[in-house]
Design a protein around this ligand. Sequence first.
Ligand code: ZN
Length: 552
Amino acid sequence: MSYSRRQFIQTTASVGAGALIAGCVPGASSISHRPQFDLLIKGGRVIDGTGVAETLADVGIRDGRITALGMIDSTDAARVIDAKGMHVVPGFVDIHTHTDSAILRLPTADSKLRQGVTTEVGGADGESRAPRKSKGEDDEVLYSDFDGFFTHLQEKGSAQNFASMVGLGTVREVIVGEDDRPATPEEMEAMKHVVRTAIEQGCCGVSTGLEYTPGSFASTEELWELTKAAPEPFRLYSSHMRNEDNRVLEAIEEAIRIGRHSGARLQISHLKASYKVNWYKNEITLKMLDDAIAEGMEVHADRYPYIAYQTGLANLFPLWSRDGGTEQFMARLKDRTILDRIRPETLRKINGLGSWDSVMITSTTVEAHKTYIGKTIGQIATQLNVDPFEFSVDLMLKENGSVGMVGFGMDEEGTETILKWKNTIVSSDGGAYSPASKSNPHPRTYGTFPRAIAYYQKERNICSLPEMIRKMTSMPAQKIGLKDRGVIKQGNAADIVIFDYATIKDNATFLNPHQFPTGMPYVIVNGVPAVENNSITGALPGKVLRSSSFNR
Ligand SMILES: [Zn+2]
């Protein structure tokens, strides 16, 4: 007897089905049985990320996605996590990070993962990992375009998902160089081409860092022209503005103009009004952003929940003194005549901050200077009995310009006003570190998200818990256009954080930053526990999020 091909297939299919049923009979071989869920989170208080109140629900996960939600009787799961009494929320989407190089060196991104970040958005402040012409200090590999970077990152693997913007500072550096001059028409075309290519290769927007060279040398018009080059639906303009203190209102105005002229969705990075004399401007900036929204623009801001900011010590020196790159900056610092012009401008910044005690050194490259880390320039100058300005210049010269600092320049009230604003996203502005690191990073690199929950929501009660969770999940996910993340919902990617509201706490401080938070025992990325029982598992379930992950 001979089978037709059609019959043969039918017969095989029925035998297969029979074997599957037999596998479910107790005592029978279970070799072909696959549980309904890879992971089942039982009994948790689910806050779905949209801002609505919590519900008691189980979450069933299969193949990296949420496949069931509600009272799930089935114990047919390969693994069950008992979340009774704990909150189950979407993984945090960190819209402004500096993990671009770190994630390659430290794929588990310890300080970020342990605080619940399941998606990192890199390429912030005008600086991205690609395209580059030369390698930075931190870089092992040079990527001439985003295809190279994204492919390499996917191959190496990461615990978290990673998306990136393309930095317009990086683009200017590659095409125009380090000089303070307008781009020629040819250079403009070349830069537009770089932006278009980056978006085509999977970037989700453009960013600027207008207090950093050479990005700061771009005119307002250059910025809106380049932003416009980003094809829709990826025309997101994320800006570290030209100024965040005495001229912050002008800077907000410029950001809105760029949004208006380019038709971009606007994202103001780490929104703040620094220095006491400017604190009253927080309310005004929010009013300006509200007006832009009323005009029909899409405007959001992000903010880290701390009152000190972190930057390079170089930023205390006037922009003109840094024109042309590090070499020329160093040459000017050695020239006493030029230094006489630099000094009053730097001292004006210090006055605005309060004093040299508001400037704390956080990183140095020269070994002998490591003892300065964690001290303020005021303290060091007193100790060494030197002039704090002369000390700073000397340190810059010996460190070839790369010294990290934090400035205590913000107020609690303004921080709460900004965090409370309806379109403010909670974001770390931080890189990824492991406690083995000898550096002294801003505590936000370890504590941003637990701190926003434990301090600003629970203790200060600036908004409801579901609203605070929304600011960390669906709001940033929608902003960059992620189609299936940021909300706990059937069909979405299973990025999930489980925390205990009673005990959640950030532990990192400015003097002791390498401290993981408490009360956040599970972080699940694409259905796989990357943190369990407060430990990093070493699993690398993260994905590089390129065009197919976006719906905008
Ligand atoms: Zn920034």
